[in-house]
Design a protein around this ligand. Structure first.
Ligand code: XIL
Length: 366
């Protein structure tokens, strides 16, 4: 006879086993589902790189075969002082990739945001040039044999397609773009080299991106791919512009990647993903703290379905699709552009459970 108490324990154990079985067997894997189509990536934060939560690690390894560090390879973190680099967590990321068979995309060498604070004290062309050269040679050189690719330059364009005014453009002139690719190629000859931006599927910015790429190519430097970040909004994913962009970028001989995919469900009054842009918090901007309404959930699912349908149609040109975060709880969109919101932009919920959008995406391959 099983006592009442034991029966409770047994049923709890069965429930746990059931949950475990559902988790490890029944939930399909994105990376396996799309293994003949393109790589499936995620951004990783420090806790994930350091494997602080074994369940999270299991989930990452099961779902993804590509990863991009969300922050730890940005210059402010990897190069905090003029002569000081911090490779501790970046090295762990490389180990994580080796151990779990995940290819690492370095993010990013030359970007105007998240720069080390000492840059603000530099006011000469020579010193900026020295920082620029040393940074690329040291960071790209360190990982030359164990990183798959680099976002060599990130976000160099304005919305109208002109070059963004940055410390690099100001001091070095527009030649800094080709120079960044040339230096990275020299430091890491076997690594793929990409240009990465947001909104570069929009016609004006896309035209600027194409001319930037052509100039890099004309300089003789190598560029292998272009990343479209893909920070979009529910019900407003610009599918036509995305398709046109895949075709036009591929026509330049480049691989096309979606590098920071998320679909925001909360309101805001501007487009894009400039990390320096902020909006004051206000309860009207945070409507779904108690859960996502079903109609929005269904729209999100339909948007992801349409996007992946398009990616599959052009799988000969699209080499990777990377989500900017593993689950809704990790997403940067809970903190940007408004602090402290509850956002739902990814395929997995805060408990790492698949959302309707996940099943729509998987069903495209059935
Ligand atoms: C974001 C990170 O997700 C945040 O944690 C950080 O505070 C700011 O940067 N475009 C990029 C990414 O290229 O590096 C940005 O990542 C999001 C926009």
């Amino acid at each position: 006879m099983i006592s009442k108490r034991n029966a409770k324990a047994v049923s709890a154990a069965l429930l746990m086993m059931g949950t475990f079985a559902a988790f490890s067997q029944e939930i399909p894997s994105l990376k396996n589902t799309f293994k003949n189509d393109f790589g499936i990536g995620t951004a990783l934060n420090n806790g994930q790189i350091e494997e602080r939560d074994p369940k999270m690690t299991e989930m990452i390894v099961r779902q993804f075969n590509r990863a991009t560090p969300e922050n730890v390879m940005k210059s402010a973190l990897i190069h905090p002082k003029w002569d000081t680099y911090d490779f501790v967590v970046p090295d762990k990321l490389i180990e994580f990739g080796k151990k779990h068979n995940i290819k690492i995309n370095g993010h990013t060498l030359i970007w105007h945001s998240q720069l080390p604070s000492f840059i603000r004290g530099i006011h000469s062309k020579d010193s900026i040039q020295t920082f620029f050269t040393n940074h690329i040679q040291t960071v790209a050189g360190r990982y030359k044999d164990n990183i798959f690719s680099w976002d060599v330059v990130n976000e160099a364009l304005n919305e109208d397609g002109t070059l963004r005014k940055t410390v690099f453009l100001d001091y070095l002139g527009e030649g800094y773009l080709a120079e960044a690719f040339r230096l990275t190629q020299q430091a890491a000859p076997n690594v793929e080299l990409y240009y990465n931006d947001y909104n570069n599927e929009q016609p004006a910015k896309r035209a600027g991106c194409i001319s930037l790429i052509k100039k890099i190519q004309a300089s003789g430097a190598r560029i292998d791919g272009v990343g479209i970040q893909g920070h979009w909004h529910v019900g407003k994913v610009p599918l036509k512009d995305i398709e046109e962009s895949i075709l036009q970028y591929a026509a330049l001989g480049l691989k096309v990647m979606f590098t920071e995919l998320d679909i925001e469900v909360l309101p805001r009054n501007f487009q894009g993903a400039d990390v320096n842009q902020r909006v004051a918090s206000n309860p009207d901007l945070n409507p779904y703290t108690a859960g996502l309404p079903d109609n929005v959930q269904q729209q999100l699912a339909a948007d992801y379905e349409a996007l992946f349908k398009l990616f599959l149609k052009h799988k000969d040109k699209v080499t990777r699709v990377t989500f900017w975060g593993v689950n809704d709880g990790n997403s940067w969109l809970n903190g940007w552009p408004v602090r402290g919101r509850t956002n739902y932009p990814l395929l997995f919920d805060r408990e790492n459970q698949p959302k309707p959008a996940f099943y729509k995406v998987i069903a495209l391959k059935k």
